[in-house]
Structures are given as structure tokens and as C-alpha cells.
Design a protein. Structure first.
Length: 291
């Protein structure tokens, strides 16, 4: 029996979901999460042999993945494979990702689409991906080229421990940051060259890029605020001779002076001043020593 379940979130993917389910089912059980489709995606997925869950309306990719994760864990899955429903991911790469997770069962494995330089990706989307990737790598301390890939293998322990709250495309970014913060390794495996999807990507460089950037800015500020800043304390060496410096002898025998910094004398407290000899001053008149 397979220890993994494949989860595919869909929204109006009737043209591709049937074939994806049939090919993914060759490697294990499949759950399709229908996020409010009206084109019959759910019927096509069920006819191909998938278990179909429904969000009950357009809720976004993050909500669909959360529902799919819950369904997979309820079916005792030790690993959850996710891939997109638009046809850009090849289900035949599932064994490759599963094999990469074998040596490190607790690692989050990502199928990287940029092994060809991202030449088939829209330029604006590729630019947004690289900008987001730079900051994600800085936050996580791990190097991942394709941080926005939806082709992944999630270990059960990670899904039980980390609970991202973001929606849309922020969800998968938050998973990376949260996984690294919790001490999980992130591994990237090259997958088949990106094929043009059956429709234009729903990732909008401005709208979704701003949402991802906003999340990363908040995380960066939190990290910056939590990082202690250490200032070296000044070191004052008391002078042994009045006039500054003390004589030392060079290797040739001639004396030389080394500079020292006179430490400032400590400020005297009120109690210490009360024991000094009487003096006059101010409106208070003479200050006398008390018994």
C-alpha cells in the first residue's frame, strides 16, 4: 500500500484534470479539491478515479490545499504530494520527488522548474519569482531556485506541526518560511522542462506579487527586530604615569611611549559627599558632617 496521497487543487480545470488524475493514480491515491469550479472539473476528476473534496465556493489555493492536506492525513498518508491542475506538472515526475524524500523523510521536497533557466515562463512572472526567491532564501537560510513551485512532497510531521494561515499564493511561501523556522530541511529536485499550461497562469505578478512581498517584508522586519545588536564596550587602560603613557623598550633598546587613555574618575554619590569636610555653598549655607 502506498504511503503517500497526491492532492490536486483545481478551479475550472475540466480540460486537464481527468488525464492528470489517471496518470497520478498510477503512483498512488489521488484527492482533487474543487475550489468552486463551474465547468464540471469535479465530475471529470471523479470519473478518472479521484476522491473529490469541495471547498464550497471560491476560497483560493491556500484554502484548497489545507482541505486536501486534512483529507490526506485522515487517510493515514505519511507523505503528501501536491501538483497543479493546469497541466504544467508531469505526474510521471512523482516517483522522482518521492525518491528524493527517502533519505530525508522529514524534508520538504520541491520540484524545481528552472533547470532550463525558466525560458518557457512569462518574463514578468519569472522576474517576480526571482525577487521573491531572493528574500525567501534570505529568511530561510536555504537555497531554493523555484520557491513558487506547487509540485512538492510534504512530510506528515511538517503538516501536523506547521499551520500556515495565508491564502492564495502566499500559502506556499509561508510554508517554506515556517518549515525552515521549525528546523525542517528544504530540498529541490529538477523536474521535466516546464510545458505551457492549458491556460494562462493565474499568478498575477502585480496582485499576487504584492501579496507575497508584503508577507516577506513583515517577516523580514520581525527577524530584524528580533536580532540583537551588540556594540563593543570601550576599554580604558589606566595610566601609570602622569602625563600619559608609560615607557617601554623597543627591540633596539631605545625607550618609546605607548599611548594610554585616562579613565574618567567615577561620579561621587551623595552619601560619599556627606562625609567630606564642611564647605559653604548656595542657599543651603554650610554642609556639616552628621554623626
Amino acid at each position: 500500500m502506498s504511503d503517500h496521497v497526491t492532492v490536486i487543487p483545481v478551479f475550472n480545470e475540466a480540460a486537464t484534470i481527468g488525464g492528470l488524475v489517471e496518470r497520478a493514480a498510477l503512483h498512488g491515491p489521488v484527492i482533487v479539491v474543487d475550489d468552486g469550479s463551474w465547468d464540471g472539473s469535479d465530475e471529470a476528476a471523479a470519473a478518472a478515479g479521484a476522491v473529490v473534496l469541495r471547498t464550497g465556493g471560491r476560497s483560493g489555493k491556500g484554502a484548497a490545499l489545507r482541505l486536501g492536506f486534512a483529507g490526506a492525513l485522515a487517510r493515514a498518508a505519511e507523505r503528501v504530494v501536491t501538483l497543479d491542475g493546469d497541466g504544467q506538472h508531469d505526474p510521471d515526475d512523482i516517483p522522482r520527488l518521492l525518491a528524493a524524500s527517502e533519505p530525508e523523510p522529514d524534508a520538504l521536497v520541491i520540484g524545481g522548474r528552472l533547470n532550463n533557466g525558466g525560458g518557457l515562463m512569462e518574463p514578468a512572472r519569472l522576474h517576480a519569482l526571482r525577487v521573491a526567491g531572493f528574500f525567501i532564501n534570505w529568511l530561510t537560510g536555504q537555497h531554493v531556485a523555484d520557491t513558487q513551485s506547487g509540485f512538492r512532497v510534504y512530510p506528515r510531521e511538517l503538516l501536523e506541526r506547521v499551520s500556515p494561515r495565508g491564502g492564495g499564493f502566499v500559502f506556499e511561501t509561508e510554508v517554506l518560511v515556517s518549515a525552515a523556522a521549525a528546523g525542517y530541511a528544504i530540498r529541490e529536485v529538477p523536474i521535466s522542462s516546464l510545458r505551457p499550461a492549458s491556460r494562462p497562469s493565474r499568478f498575477r505578478p502585480f496582485r499576487d506579487g504584492v501579496a507575497v512581498t508584503g508577507y516577506l517584508v513583515v517577516q523580514g522586519l520581525c527577524r530584524w527586530a528580533a536580532t540583537p545588536v551588540w556594540w563593543p564596550a570601550p576599554s580604558f587602560a589606566p595610566s601609570r604615569r602622569r602625563g600619559g603613557g608609560r615607557a617601554t623598550r623597543s627591540s633596539r633598546g631605545s625607550p618609546r611611549r605607548t599611548a594610554t587613555i585616562q579613565a574618567p574618575s567615577p561620579r561621587r554619590s551623595a552619601s560619599s559627599r556627606s562625609t567630606e569636610s564642611p564647605r559653604r555653598g548656595g542657599a543651603g549655607g554650610a554642609i556639616r558632617e552628621r554623626a
